[in-house]
Design a protein around this ligand. Structure first.
Ligand code: PHE
Length: 450
């Protein structure tokens, strides 16, 4: 007999936990950066197309598989298989997802560690500990290692508390805070000189930049990363949803919230960049592109905060707190993937499993910290550019071709009796069978051109 499985206590709990997984550094850092560099609202339009057209259907696939099997990714994929070959293949997809989730957590914790150290640096500035603050923001080896570990310990602590007592409880605590900080920051930044130029750059689409095929790849990758797809996080969260819940509307809610937060983050970051420019900070690099990636968060924004004196230190603290919270509600979903597997399939107690796997991931993260130049970019590319889309492709094949259509319908009917007559059921099965796998392959093939 297996141990009783955890379950989210309410719709609300699931929505906050799953959107907590979705909303992360990808939304608040990745999305605005890409929008800034790729024609503002034009990127937004492409992103919306990718998110609703391709990512949402895959999210639904994960939720349905998870809730049907009520099991971790490996077992769940075996449950929906039809014969021994597809069973092996499915389990392979499950294992690869687990590995990818662990690897994503490794690099994610390094970046999240920087957010914690920048948060503490602003705090130290406020209490006049400027030497300590300078050390914190120097991104040295010891600091990188220490703060990544602190972040991982927080993650392990929450996951070891279980579904209701850990993941759901903390998502309910943290997500409203995230939304409130984000709103306050947007309102504040929009009152500053220069913000309106940024708002225009964001909201007036420049389609000349957005039609390039490479951009489709970025938008798809961004949408998959942002909705936490392919690696089994949404599958495992789906497995904790009660049979009486309407999965279609839950999926909409999570997608909507994820996109909403990305769009809101754009309303913060792009205006902030132009406020920085107004205050004399350089925001374009030599080739005329907006400064992005590391430099945006750790150079441009801190330079902006510096021009704002004491208020700037508080704003900076709020901003890096926002980033830390966003990262934490995502990292717990990454750790849950391997933990659920070990708890269910190897009968290890949750607390032990969380600390055990968390320790292994911490070691791996330390290897990345020490060999940063060599490993960081490589692992990001391996997992997010190749891993997630390919695993998403496999999920489409399983749900569209291998799993019995009537079983999928039966699963959806629980909690949504009328689903057969809904727009969702008219479109989605066709989508997941043909459009999604083909589109993923087409977009993916762009990676090998040029
Ligand atoms: N969706 C998270 C973000 O936007 C990242 C993530 C990827 C979370 C994969 C879980 C699994 O930052």
């Amino acid at each position: 007999m297996s141990a009783p499985r955890g379950e989210f206590s309410s719709r609300f709990g699931f929505i906050l936990a799953a959107s907590g997984s979705a909303v992360g550094l990808g939304n608040i850092w990745g999305f605005p950066t890409q929008a800034a560099n790729n024609g503002g609202a034009a990127f937004l339009v492409i992103y919306l197309l990718m998110a609703f057209g391709l990512a949402y259907p895959v999210l639904m696939a994960e939720l349905i598989i998870g809730r049907h099997a009520k099991a971790n990714a490996v077992t769940a994929m075996a449950v929906i298989a039809r014969g021994p070959v597809s069973k092996k293949l499915g389990m392979g997809v499950g294992y690869t997802g687990i590995a990818a989730s662990c690897l994503i957590l490794c690099f994610y914790s390094v970046v999240a560690g920087w957010m914690i150290s920048h948060f503490l640096a602003s705090l130290s500035d406020i209490v006049n500990l400027s030497d300590f603050s300078a050390w914190l923001t120097s991104l040295n080896l010891i600091g990188n290692a220490l703060f990544a570990l602190i972040f991982l310990v927080l993650t392990i602590f929450i996951v070891s508390g279980g579904i209701k007592g850990g993941i759901e409880k903390w998502s309910i605590r943290l997500m409203p805070g995230l939304l409130a900080i984000l709103l306050l920051l947007i309102i504040y930044v929009l009152t500053l000189d220069g913000a309106m130029v940024g708002l225009k750059a964001y909201l007036l689409p420049d389609f000349s930049k957005a039609v390039e095929p490479k951009l489709m790849v970025s938008a798809l990758g961004q949408a998959f990363f942002s909705l936490s797809l392919g690696v089994g996080t949404m599958l495992i969260y789906g497995s904790y949803v009660g049979k009486g819940e309407n999965l279609v509307s839950l999926g909409y809610a999570v997608t909507f919230l994820d996109i909403l937060i990305s769009v809101m983050a754009g309303l913060l970051i792009l205006p902030a960049m132009y406020v920085a420019q107004y205050n004399g900070v350089v925001i374009y690099n030599e080739s005329g592109l907006l400064i992005a990636e590391n430099t945006l968060i750790f150079t441009v924004l801190p330079a902006l905060f510096d021009t704002m004196d004491l208020v700037g230190q508080w704003v900076s603290m709020a901003f890096f707190l926002l980033m830390t919270i966003a990262a934490l509600t995502s990292s717990i979903s990454m750790l849950e993937v391997p933990v659920a597997y070990v708890v269910e399939n190897h009968k290890v107690d949750r607390r032990r499993a969380s600390w055990l796997i968390g320790t292994v991931i911490s070691f791996m993260a330390m290897i990345i910290v020490v060999n940063f130049e060599l490993l960081f970019g490589f692992i990001v590319m391996l997992t997010t550019r190749y891993g997630q889309p390919l695993l998403g492709f496999m999920l489409c094949l399983f749900v569209g071709w291998i799993w019995h259509r009537n079983r999928v319908l039966d699963e959806l009917r629980k909690g949504y009796v009328q689903v057969e007559h809904s727009l969702f059921w008219k479109v989605w099965p066709f989508y997941i069978r043909y459009i999604c796998p083909l589109a993923i392959l087409m977009v993916f093939s762009q990676l090998f051109i040029a």
